[in-house]
Design a protein around this ligand. Structure first.
Ligand code: PMV
Length: 325
């Protein structure tokens, strides 16, 4: 078995994946109930090495992990081996994240994408980018999109059909920026998998979300191809707020936001009122990500930095797809 190292950038969804096809078989394959559209970010992601070892071991950011986080990785290795028909051998997986782990900055997207690429190659298989996305999806659906640079889509699965991610525009296809406002250093309390299953099972608004997501997806996809920031931004904010509304109407309810998250949203709306095209999104955590033109980055950063509770801002361009190192 070869020692293989791979790198994947994380990605942030403009149009949100939130909800899985139910049923034991579908859940085992982690099939999305809605379509999503994302931007892969530059210079923020996961580097992962997979190599032979005398027993399974998982190291993240220099620490050996055990329990569920490690078991999730080992189960994914089982899956890789069964998918590429390789004999399962014990492995050491060494990952370094430049994304804060599990804080709603999509660390699982880059993590499972880098792991899928490193593990398939370590076990001697070479998958097409589309097939690799299908495998990465089984670890974390957002990971399917990180295979591709630039902007990617992951369709909804209808009736349990297999779905693969695809590139919509490459990293040179549209020069925009995503400004990330960090509002916490803590890990999230409700992981996305848990959050989406709980809302699917209990939220008054989940059926409405499932009935309505395609409008934002179709509008957003068209706007992305037309490089239309206003239309994409409006669809993105709607998709974001509708997704988060499902959590507020769950029983018991929960919210990924903190006070600074909401203040950032108001700051973005105020920017728009004063003529700056800026649009927000937020994921399974309290950070806010703001899409804007390169020329408006400084204005957006200043507005977000002025919000009490914003710890830092980072600016990202569209990044490249997953690669071997
Ligand atoms: O891929 P997961 O299971 O980490 O879910 C990601 C869910 C969101 O980040 C909230 C939305 C998305 O499309 O990335």
């Amino acid at each position: 078995m070869k020692s293989v190292t791979a790198y994947a950038n994380t990605n942030i969804a403009f149009i949100k994946y939130w909800g899985k096809l139910q049923g034991e078989k579908n859940l085992a394959r982690n099939l999305p109930a809605v379509g999503s559209l994302s931007m892969t970010l530059d210079d923020i992601g996961t580097t992962t090495t997979v190599e032979e070892n005398d027993r399974d071991a998982f190291m993240l950011n220099g620490e050996t992990l055990s329990g569920e986080p490690a078991d999730k990785v080992f189960r994914f290795i089982d899956r890789v081996c069964s998918e590429v028909s390789a004999k399962r051998a014990p492995v050491r997986v060494i990952s370094t994240n430049s994304v804060p782990t599990a804080a709603g900055l999509a660390s699982s997207a880059s993590a499972f994408c880098a792991l899928a690429l490193a593990a398939t190659r370590a076990f001697g298989a070479e998958l097409s980018p589309a097939a690799l996305s299908g495998l990465a999806r089984q670890g974390s659906a957002s990971a399917a999109r990180s295979v591709f640079g630039g902007f990617a889509e992951l369709p909804a699965s209808v009736g349990g059909e297999e779905v693969l991610a695809a590139q919509v525009l490459d990293e040179n296809g549209w020069d925009v920026r995503l400004v990330v406002a960090k509002t916490t250093t803590k890990e999230k309390a409700v992981h996305s998998r848990q959050g989406m299953q709980h809302t699917a099972a209990t939220s008054t608004y989940y059926p409405a979300w499932i009935a309505d997501w395609r409008r934002d997806f179709d509008t957003g996809r068209k706007a992305l191809l037309a490089r239309d920031l206003t239309t994409l931004g409006e669809a993105m904010e709607h998709s974001t707020l509708a997704m988060h509304a499902t959590t507020l109407a769950a029983r018991p309810p929960f919210a990924y936001w903190n006070g600074a998250t909401i203040d950032c949203m108001h700051a973005v709306w105020a920017l728009r009122q004063s003529g700056t095209q800026a649009y927000f999104t937020a994921d399974a955590g309290p950070h806010v990500k703001v899409l804007c033109a390169p020329a408006d980055v400084e204005k957006v950063r200043a507005a977000l930095t002025a919000v009490p509770g914003v710890l830092a801002t980072l600016t990202h361009k569209p990044g490249t797809g997953a690669r071997l190192l």
